[in-house]
Design a protein around this ligand. Structure first.
Ligand code: NAD
Length: 438
């Protein structure tokens, strides 16, 4: 069956699905229960396929379950408003599904990202077609097997394939949600816009952590360990730049603390409970890491990590660099690996300017005990999200998620924002007619 036929069947199936919110709520709750019962298989699929360290894979599975439970309940939230008009007439606006949601997803969260798109799309009454990453097909096929147990036929379909399958989905679906690289995301947005379809794209990041002179160094160290290095830095929200504000003495204290915390991280087999840094996704990605290390050695200093292996394991080391010029390509472009670059400035003004100097604007963190500075700087950063004394990575599924500039396009994901994206507003005006009964 070609994609056009699959979409046509899904569009027909969505009509009955959209008509029964109680059934949708129950189905999403049932899927959450299936995920709980089958969590070991889900975790194993992620560890095997995308080398996610087992402790993180467990967290991702728990996140997917929480999202399903949240949207099972959100199905029954109010979906419209009434507007004042002359009595007894009535004007209502209501949110309606588009029909078929076409979702294009990356490999780095092979379960959580498909679920955080599919759950609100389904909750809103759409049918869903997912084109997963070529590097995460098995996880997506398992997800479909588990979800289809509780869903009507043709409501949820996984379409394994490459870029051409993704392009075909953009042509055929009614609403498009993409997560992946800026290069592909911009092409998806351009084509969807040309076709007049609603589209959102979540893309890359080059996220700064701003460290003020009063930051607690232990809290900072754990935020950078998680923010910059968890899942080997293969997160759009990973900390890529650490901007230290203060004098040379303070810089030395911060660097010493971060260096010690970085060197502690265990590199190895993702099945080992102690592993923090596992292999990169594939050889091309490892080559990008190797090139970045070579480049950093040439233009600056490696403070921690920087180890390169030639044994085919694709194991990187958590790496901190220093001394790169602010316009060096490594300070501006995303390398999907555990590398963070330290920069040193004298004032919060300079820190904000450096943080905002890249084309990305996904997330940022500010490390300080000063409430005024945290609030002031968070307003001035050109990012969609700001974390105070917390890692840049890690998101709350019920709060809006997304970035500014090249990091994102269109409406936010997650929570109520996602229900808005997968629906359009219909205004219905009732004329009450003649009064017959006095
Ligand atoms: P990618 O852009 O290579 O692929 C993403 C998806 O797009 C895959 O399913 C791929 O097959 C598909 N695709 C490729 N070409 C296409 C085309 N021409 N038309 C339609 N679909 C096409 O990205 P990736 O390597 O899978 O993921 C890594 C990137 O994703 C990083 O840049 C990362 O920052 C970003 N990312 C962003 C977020 C976010 O929420 N902002 C989350 C995770 C990952």
């Amino acid at each position: 069956m070609n994609i056009s036929e699959i979409v046509s069947r899904a569009r027909v199936a969505h009509i009955e699905w959209a008509a029964n919110p109680i059934a949708r709520s129950n189905a999403l709750a049932a899927i959450a229960s299936t995920f709980i019962a089958e969590k070991e298989r889900i975790i194993e699929a992620m560890v095997t396929e995308v080398h996610k360290p087992i402790t993180e894979a467990r967290g991702e599975c728990a996140r997917a379950i929480a999202i399903l439970q949240y949207f099972s309940s959100a199905v029954l939230d109010p979906d419209g408003t009434s507007f004042p008009t002359q009595a007894p007439h009535l004007i209502l606006s209501m949110r309606r599904p588009y029909g078929v949601a076409g979702l294009i997803t990356p490999w780095n969260f092979p379960i959580a990202i498909p679920i955080w798109k599919a759950a609100p799309a389904l909750a809103a009454g759409n049918a869903v077609l997912i084109k997963p990453s070529e590097f995460a097909n098995n996880s997506a096929i398992l997800m479909a097997e588990l979800m289809q147990k509780s869903l009507p036929e043709n409501i949820f379909t996984v379409l394994p394939g490459g870029p051409e399958t993704g392009s075909a989905l953009v042509e055929e679906a009614d609403v498009i949600s993409f997560t992946g690289s800026v290069r592909v995301g911009k092409s998806v947005v351009a084509r969807a816009a040309q076709l007049g379809k609603p589209v959102q794209a979540e893309m890359g990041g080059h996220n700064p952590a701003i460290v003020l002179p009063d930051a607690d160094l232990n809290l900072l160290a754990s935020s950078i360990q998680i923010g910059a290095f968890s899942y080997s830095g293969q997160k759009c929200t990973a900390t890529r730049r650490i901007i230290i504000v203060g004098n040379d003495e303070r810089k030395k204290d911060v660097v010493d603390s971060l260096k010690a915390a970085t060197e502690k991280l265990v590199v190895g087999d993702p099945r080992d409970e102690k592993t923090f840094i596992g292999p990169l996704i594939h050889a091309a990605s490892y080559q990008n890491y190797v090139d970045a290390i070579t480049n950093a050695q040439r233009s600056g200093t490696i403070l921690a990590g920087g180890t390169v292996t030639t044994d085919g394991s694709h194991l990187p080391s958590a790496t901190l660099t220093d001394g790169l010029a602010s316009d060096h390509p490594l300070m501006c472009n995303e390398v999907f690996a555990p590398i963070a670059h330290i920069a040193h400035v004298g004032s919060t003004k300079e820190a904000i300017s450096l943080a905002n100097s890249v084309s990305f604007g996904l997330t940022a963190s500010i490390h300080t005990a000063d409430l005024e500075a945290a609030l002031r700087i968070s307003r001035l950063l050109e990012t969609g999200m700001v974390k105070i004394n917390a890692p840049t990575a890690g998101v709350d599924f019920h709060a809006p998620f997304g970035g500014d500039k090249d990091s994102s396009y269109g409406m936010r994901e997650q929570g109520k924002a996602a229900l808005d994206f997968y629906t359009h507003t219909k205004t219905v005006t009732f004329n009450a007619g003649q009064s017959k009964f006095k």
